[in-house]
Ligand binder design. Structure first.
Ligand code: PLZ
Length: 440
């Protein structure tokens, strides 16, 4: 297959979905790849960029997933592509812990500038979101001398042993994989659609559970907007009240901005929407235009509590990933992508709210920026309807729109377009979704 032509930014179905080449590859996958690794759509990609993914059969799909909120600047953003190529020619690896290089330091400097708050900060780089969350907790434990960690209902923080313990949902993330790390406790979240509580009341409920059942933990870890758990935006005032309680009690407030960070929600970090200044911020996904990179950034006195040599990893802050991150940050800043996320919210939310007006199965429309979702319920109540979420997403997939589901009950359709997508593609995708609801 030749890739010499430009990637057209128009949805195009050359075959049924999946096409014959994808079906062949899927058969090979089943023989070669462990079955524990699922796929949302049974189509194999050959290239991607702007707002589309092209598959092996020549189908051009609209991307409302960004590889789970990763390709915020696009899947082949020119600055990222050039920076990675140039870095690969210079060197691919030396190990920052052996002979360091400037790219790592430059990424740390950017993160220290971009994360909320003007206090003195330090950063440390890793490979995956889960690895960074684990390290944030290691740092908080050393800095406080305490062990307990509080996570929240519906939380998702990863699939490693400690982050599985933090993640709420059993199937598929935890089932059978225990025993889990000790000293992890769970507090109730603010979930406005389902609990009817305002932010301060929901915070009082959570703090009461923490004080009575945990005492004073080392850290609270929370996603400012929950990702896998259902794109739940806590009621206003919930996060600031928790942060205030942390400050008053010397507890480290960790914002897991792995999914919500890096311009995704119409702010560089979602914490900014409520003026939050977390002690530690965890970044990953959108940070490096698709290369594996993650980070913990935070107050210098907390970060520097860890003894020399206590943090690291062979590949953490790999030079290719650092070059990509610097290019992704430059792309976000010079192309005004934080603003673009807000424009996408305006365009999409208006359409999504209109769809909801005529359809009682859409219980809630929520999210910020280019991180938006529908929560689907059975009409007449709020009982979750995961079958409808599956049916609508399958119908959209057949028409060439990549859309993901999420939520503790699997009943949330989420929209995470790359910020490089055109308005025309978004309009077309919403048309497809509208028909998918009508058919389902
Ligand atoms: N924290 C808030 O969203 C990753 C998981 C996909 P890693 N979310 C996508 C899957 O099914 O494995 C995520 C997140 C938040 C942490 C993580 C973990 O990031 O890079 O997948 O380890």
């Amino acid at each position: 297959m030749t890739l010499s032509t430009a990637l057209t930014q128009v949805r195009h179905l050359e075959t049924e979905i999946p096409g014959p080449r994808s079906r062949d590859l899927m058969a090979r996958k089943q023989e070669a790849v462990a079955r524990g690794v699922g796929t949302t759509m049974p189509v194999f990609a050959v290239r991607a960029g702007g707002g589309v993914v092209e598959d092996v059969d020549g189908n051009v799909l609209i991307d409302l997933g960004s590889g789970i909120a990763v390709t915020t600047v696009g899947a082949s953003a020119p600055r990222v592509v050039d920076a990675v190529r140039e870095q690969a020619e210079a060197f691919t690896h030396t190990c920052f812990m052996v002979t360091p290089y400037e790219g790592y330091v430059a990424v740390a400097e950017r993160l220290n500038r971009l994360t909320p708050g003007t206090h003195e900060k330090r950063s440390v780089l890793f490979n995956s979101g889960a690895e960074a969350v684990e390290n944030a907790i290691k740092i908080a434990r050393v800095a406080t001398g305490r062990q307990a960690v509080v996570a929240f209902d519906h939380a998702y923080h990863g699939r490693t042993n400690l982050t599985m313990a933090l993640t709420a949902k059993s199937m598929p993330y935890k089932q059978g994989f225990g025993p889990f790390a000790p000293e992890v406790y769970r507090a109730p979240l603010s979930y406005p659609y389902r609990d009817g509580l305002d932010g301060p009341a929901a915070a009082r409920r959570a703090i009461d559970v923490i004080e009575k059942q945990v005492g004073t933990p080392a850290a609270l870890v929370i996603e400012p907007i929950q990702g896998e758990g259902g794109f739940i935006v806590p009621a206003p005032g919930f996060l600031p009240a928790l942060a205030e309680w942390c400050r008053a009690n010397g507890v480290v407030f960790i914002a897991d901005e792995v999914q919500s960070g890096f311009a995704r929600t119409g702010a560089f970090f979602a914490s900014e929407h409520e003026g939050l200044v977390p002690d530690l911020v965890v970044s990953a996904k959108g940070i490096a235009g698709g290369l594996p990179l993650s980070a913990v950034t935070g107050r210098a006195e907390i970060m520097d509590a860890v003894h020399a040599g206590g943090l690291g990893g062979t590949y953490g802050g790999n030079p290719l990933a650092c070059a990509a991150a610097l290019a992704a940050i430059e792309t976000i800043e010079s192309e005004g992508l934080v603003d673009r996320a807000r424009k996408i919210e305006m365009l999409m939310k208006d359409r999504l709210l209109r769809l909801r007006k005529d359809d009682p199965r859409i219980g809630d429309v929520r999210g910020r920026g280019a991180m938006l979702a529908f929560e689907l319920v059975r009409p007449g109540g709020d009982e979750p309807d995961p079958e409808l979420a599956r049916a609508v997403s399958a119908a959209a997939h057949r028409q060439g729109v990549i859309v993901l589901t999420c939520g503790t009950y699997g009943n949330v359709l989420r929209f995470l377009p790359p910020l490089s997508i055109s308005d025309e593609l978004l309009e077309d995708a919403i048309e497809v979704l509208t028909r998918a609801f009508a058919e389902s």
